[in-house]
Design a binder for this molecule. Structure first.
Ligand code: FE
Length: 342
């Protein structure tokens, strides 16, 4: 097999790649890493290129939807060519770990660079960038002083003024899961019920559309991930929208955050190389690249966000471990179903 591979290698790189991704028991090339990623190519490719330039290690990658990649990893089992999974939301990362698709990594570099609440307590995945799920409001209709907490969006004063993204996607499932962890189920159920009672429109398919509804005056406030606000305002800087950081009083816990992150696959063929790459992703230079390209916050507190992102102001993060977004996901989905949050 080795002879055959080296012959192939001499004639065509394409043959080698094809053999690698399809045939089990192939000798896997050294000095390369294979990544499955649910992040868009334009958000992730600059990092791969920077790493290859710096180290000479080639990175092959496959991008697809989260669910497809998890199914693929599961089906491929021990024969998977993938060494690393990169995806968004702790709920998804937890799911991968829960399916037995990842392996624990003990690394001082990672535990030094990534705060404990942004990584798996069992070290199977590590947050690499932070997205805050926060309040966005219409400046022409709301004074920031009227806003305070997530819970308060259920106050009758917001009746017919709230827009929310659907409960069917992972972001709000994770948000509600973290609220259950923080407040317990009965209180969270009350809060979500009061949100539903205040809705101005049926739940909206995505964060960008929710903000468009606020800008258009269909509602006055919504809850979205900060990078969607960044993307929208870059395109349409005149929209009357602003960010509000809720739950910032000393007695309160802070803004709900989530991560995009990565883990090493259980059956990685380039385990040591992949761990090195993962560690590199937590370093200052990579953190800056990783976060800035999508207007997110670096996971490492040592690294400053992009100036445009920093201009939204500093805020206190909720310090609860984001692993609960996964552990309590099913509980959250059932709760949202009970209060008819569609
Ligand atoms: Fe997103």
């Amino acid at each position: 097999m080795d002879k055959c591979m080296s012959l192939l290698h001499r004639y065509s790189g394409v043959f080698v790649v094809t053999a690698m991704l399809t045939a089990p028991m192939t000798a896997y090339a050294a000095n390369e890493i294979v990544v499955y990623t649910a992040r868009n190519e334009q958000l992730i490719k600059p990092l791969f290129d920077a790493y290859t330039k710096e180290t000479g290690t080639a990175i092959k990658f496959r991008t697809d939807k989260e669910g497809v990649l998890l199914q693929k990893l599961k089906a491929e089992g021990v024969n998977t060519p993938a060494d690393m999974l990169i995806t968004v939301d702790a709920g998804n990362l937890w799911q991968a770990a829960n399916l037995g698709l990842l392996q624990p990594v003990q690394s001082k570099t990672l535990s030094d660079n990534i705060p404990a609440h942004l990584r798996d307590p069992a070290n199977q995945w590590f947050g690499l960038s932070v997205r805050a799920r926060t309040i966005v409001y219409n400046k022409n209709k709301v004074k920031p002083g009227e806003l305070s907490t997530y819970e308060d969006l259920g106050n009758p004063k917001w009746k017919g003024r709230l827009c929310l993204r659907t409960s069917k996607t992972v972001y709000n499932q994770s948000l509600v899961a973290m609220m259950i962890h923080e407040y317990g189920e009965p209180k969270t159920e009350q809060i979500i019920k009061s949100w539903v009672a205040n809705l101005a429109t049926p739940p909206i398919s995505d964060d960008a559309r929710a903000m468009a509804a606020v800008a258009a005056g269909q509602c006055d406030v919504t809850v979205v991930n900060t990078y969607y606000f960044g993307r929208l305002m870059k395109k349409k800087p005149d929209l009357p929208l602003a960010i509000f950081w809720p739950n910032q009083d000393t007695k309160e816990s802070g803004v709900h955050v989530n991560v995009s992150g990565a883990g090493i696959t259980r059956h990685a063929k380039h385990q040591a190389e992949a761990v090195k790459f993962l560690e590199w992703l937590s370093t200052e230079k990579a953190q800056k690249l990783f976060a800035d390209v999508d207007m997110e916050y670096p996971a490492s507190p040592k690294v400053k966000p992009d100036a445009l992102v920093a201009a939204w102001g500093e805020f206190k993060q909720n310090p609860l471990n984001v692993v609960k977004a996964g552990e309590l996901q099913t509980t959250a989905v059932k709760l949202m179903d009970r209060v008819k949050y569609k």
